[in-house]
Design a protein around this ligand. Structure first.
Ligand code: SAH
Length: 232
């Protein structure tokens, strides 16, 4: 019996952006073989006015435009089936920063619904009204949620069974166990006067594991002490 695909529904003003880069390489192959599926839906299709406006000026004044609550909600409602239990996400710089632990949990779901903002963002009322979880991909501002949605979907898809083989489920990748990954080396053995650390060529698997662990801790201490603090 085949497993149903992990299903991403993306609500956007630019559905033609999808699958975009998600259609190539690992994610693209998994998309073709039915491990996951993506449906990009045009929010503008839910607009009712003659000119199909989806945004309007902010209440209280100020710059920019805001996506209307009624239209975003109608787009969400049109995308849902009554038994849809997938998490509903809103890409937003105000959201909780995306972490590998959340990515892992999303890979266990049946899929996600992702709303992509544009302009100044969406009317606040639709967030509570449709139970949207705000997710940020980092402390910087994008011009729209689409690239953020792609980042999130890419991170999830590589964890789906069969997509990456053993390596993505390994305990040793960056952020697994709260550490950054140890350094990698491959051929040639000597390159521009730099050699591969001797221990990696020793064949002593325990010593190699200890060295990698120590390197992971050193690199994490130097670059991301916040990760070490969070482990305690
Ligand atoms: N005025 C908003 C920024 C709007 S940017 C503010 O100051 O918070 C337009 C859209 O891009 C947002 O609605 C969101 O969907 C997306 N976006 C921008 N930065 C993002 C980030 N860091 N993470 C996730 N989505 C982001």
């Amino acid at each position: 019996m085949s497993v149903p695909p992990w299903r991403a529904t993306v609500l956007t003003l630019y559905p033609e952006m999808f699958p975009g880069p998600l259609g190539t390489s690992l994610a693209g192959r998994a998309l073709q073989d039915g491990t996951w599926a993506i449906e990009a839906r045009d929010i503008r299709a839910s607009a009712t006015s003659r000119h199909r406006n989806v945004d309007d000026t902010p209440a209280g004044g100020g710059p920019g435009m805001v996506m209307r609550a009624d239209i975003v909600a109608a787009a969400i409602d049109a995308a849902l089936t009554p038994d849809d239990t997938r998490p509903r996400l809103l890409m937003s710089p105000r959201g909780r920063p995306l972490q590998q632990s959340r990515v892992r949990a999303l890979a266990e779901e049946q899929g996600v619904i992702v709303v992509c903002g544009r302009f100044e963002g969406v009317d606040e009322r639709v967030i509570a009204g449709r139970g949207l979880e705000e997710v940020s991909i980092g402390d910087y501002v994008l011009s729209g949620g689409e690239l953020g949605a792609m980042v999130l979907i890419d991170a999830v898809v590589r964890l789906l069974p069969g997509v990456m083989g053993a390596s993505a489920s390994g305990e040793e990748e960056s952020f697994e166990g709260g550490l950054l990954e140890y350094p990698h080396y491959t051929r040639p053995r000597e390159w521009e006067g730099q050699s591969i650390p001797e221990i990696l060529l020793s064949g002593d698997h325990q010593a190699i594991a200890r060295w990698r662990r120590a390197e992971a801790e050193r690199i994490t201490r130097e670059r991301r002490p916040d990760l070490l603090a969070a482990r305690r």
